[in-house]
Design a protein around this ligand. Structure first.
Ligand code: NCD
Length: 303
């Protein structure tokens, strides 16, 4: 039985296969309508979610399966003090596969240890978010024709942004990718991630300035400052509007840049950008459902 806790749980050829299956789902959706008939997805969201939860649930419905679960930890026995281990043991009795988001780092790994069904990590605190990475890879593949040889700018909260951690972990494995990390000093990429880049001889730079670096980028991945991970609200308020991508900044960028964002957006991308052909973030959200269909089929070993 396979779980997806970190993007490293999939080999590069498995990721490639998921991308291929995604294109086939887009082109031939009717071939997939009954792939997961009578299968149940447990959707366990101990933290807020719009896209991740709804796209997983829609994915299972589009595969002919059903889902059950909760969208708020207050609706579960977690509020009574039940452990993750006991929750997942129980859920394993009722469903065929589980997707879980939880505020604690390491929670999905813990669940997997006690689960008798595949567990998918939909975000564990400020740590990892591998299915957002699959979504991001499909988006990059679609707009750039591949996922290697790219200058990837990542801007915003690189410290707490779990989508950033998983994306870097994945993109570092493809040849020729370089990273330009743009963040306030307080929100820089964690050292353990920079160390893995150094170890793998992956080029990267760190800066606080988006205007000076945007013209080099093939991809600009914007992120929200992760308010819920801050200990201090004043610190959040001070940092939250540090970067705002607007028309003026974008005028410095390449004409074939793509602008990505895992969403939700707060202020970091001005709405005037939404109609620019380089803004692909809502397409990205759509790809999330498609590649999650491919992932569910893979983990359930449905041919
Ligand atoms: C992200 C998350 O939950 O980490 N959202 C998502 O899943 N698309 C990003 C965020 O909340 O900022």
């Amino acid at each position: 039985m396979r779980h997806l806790i970190s993007i490293d749980d999939l080999t590069l050829s498995e990721v490639d296969e998921l991308i291929k299956t995604s294109y086939d789902i887009i082109n031939n959706p009717n071939n997939y309508r009954e792939k997961c008939k009578h299968k149940k997805l447990a959707s366990l969201f101990f933290e807020p979610s719009t896209r991740t939860r709804l796209s997983f649930e829609a994915a299972m419905l589009d595969l002919g399966g059903t889902y059950l679960g909760f969208s708020d930890s207050a609706q579960s026995s977690a509020t009574k003090g039940e452990s993750i281990a006991d929750t997942i043991r129980t859920v394993s009795l009722y469903a065929d596969i589980a997707v879980m988001r939880h505020p604690k780092e390491g929670s999905a790994l813990r669940a997997a240890e006690f689960s008798s069904i595949p567990v998918i990590n939909a975000g564990d605190g400020g740590h990892l978010h591998p299915t957002q990475t699959l979504t991001d890879l499909l988006t990059i593949h679609k707009y750039k024709g591949g996922v290697s040889g790219l200058k990837v700018g990542i801007c915003g909260d690189l410290k707490f942004g779990r989508t950033v951690h998983s994306l870097v972990d994945s993109l570092k494995n493809y040849s020729g990718n370089e990273f330009i990390f743009v963040s306030p000093n307080e929100l820089r990429v964690p050292d353990y991630i920079l160390e893995t880049l150094e170890k793998n001889n992956v080029k990267f730079s760190q800066t606080t300035n988006l205007d000076d670096t945007i013209s080099d980028m093939d991809i600009l991945y914007m992120t929200r400052v992760q308010r819920e991970r801050f200990f201090n609200e004043e610190e959040y308020i001070r940092l939250k509007d540090h970067y705002i991508l607007d028309k003026q900044k974008l005028s410095l960028a390449k004409s074939d840049l793509i602008i990505m964002h895992p969403l939700p957006r707060v202020n970091e991308i001005s709405q005037e950008i939404d109609t620019d052909p380089r803004a692909v973030y809502f397409h990205q959200a759509g790809f999330g459902k498609i590649i999650r269909m491919a992932l569910i089929m893979k983990l359930l070993e449905v041919a």
